[in-house]
Design a protein around this ligand. Sequence first.
Ligand SMILES: CC(C)(COP(=O)(O)OP(=O)(O)OC[C@H]1O[C@@H](n2cnc3c(N)ncnc32)[C@H](O)[C@@H]1OP(=O)(O)O)[C@@H](O)C(=O)NCCC(=O)NCCS
Length: 280
Amino acid sequence: MEDHISNKAKAPEYQLSPAMDSSTLERRRSSNTDNNLTREKKKLKRSEVLAKKKVVDELIKAARAENNHLASFPSFNHFHGNGLSVCLKSGRGNKLPSPVKNYIQSLLKLNMEGPYGSEWLEEEKVKRKEMVAPEARYILVHEVANSNTNETITVLTADETPTSWVEDSGPMVGFVQYRFILEEELPVLYVYELQLEPSVQGKGLGKFLMQLIELMAQKNRMDAVILTVQKANLLAMDFYISKLRYVVSSTSPSKMGIEKSYEILCKTFSHEAKTILEDS
Ligand SMILES: CC(C)(COP(=O)(O)OP(=O)(O)OC[C@H]1O[C@@H](n2cnc3c(N)ncnc32)[C@H](O)[C@@H]1OP(=O)(O)O)[C@@H](O)C(=O)NCCC(=O)NCCS
């Protein structure tokens, strides 16, 4: 009895009934094979998707685990030019000393209250939370107190990567806040903030920092750099679009016919990212 049931359950289609001719049987067989193929393809696709997701998650995990992203780019640890001499240090949102947090808040208010207008008070609260998140990473820009470049020495960091270090760093003059995150299922470096004091703007430092950010993104195998700019911040829009060749992302509200005060800009490093973030 059990055998009978199991056979029936296994292959009822293969038992030729008097009414079933061979072409019907052939069609059924081929439709059965098609179903199996579709199922196999789906299974394969699903396993490919899962494998890809695993790779992407690992990339983000590895980038976040890195202690000092600046260590790989010793020649980018200083900027000298146009009468300006600065050195860069790395930081983490949950390890910022109080004076640095206060500095960041003041500079944000100084630079962004205007472009945000009436939205500023709400935005300031959001930015205060974002500032201290563990996944928030920083490039802290310090003036070099003693701008004699001969004072620069090379040291080994904990991971034994040689990095330049200026012993005598002066007050902060700006910062970059960035994160490694998933965007449209792609691993990306998202620039949350790039803020320079007015006294150091227009001297090539912003461009230098964005070059460094792009190198860091590529070193960590991210597919793109993404950032958000207030539409009212015309100088920043011009800086990113005309000078650095960023484009308005297809994920930006304006590309979806939604009216918002900001645009999402991106620069992609892979064909897939270009298709997803620029073309779709
Ligand atoms: C936007 C900002 C990051 C640009 O950095 P920066 O150091 O001032 O810019 P750079 O000196 O590197 O300039 C790069 C290019 O942009 C141009 N540029 C930069 N600021 C400019 C300005 N205020 N007016 C005209 N051109 C400007 C420069 O002429 C330069 O062009 P070039 O490469 O053809 O010589 C900086 O001005 C800033 O912090 N602004 C306030 C905060 C802000 O708006 N941040 C962006 C929020 S998303």
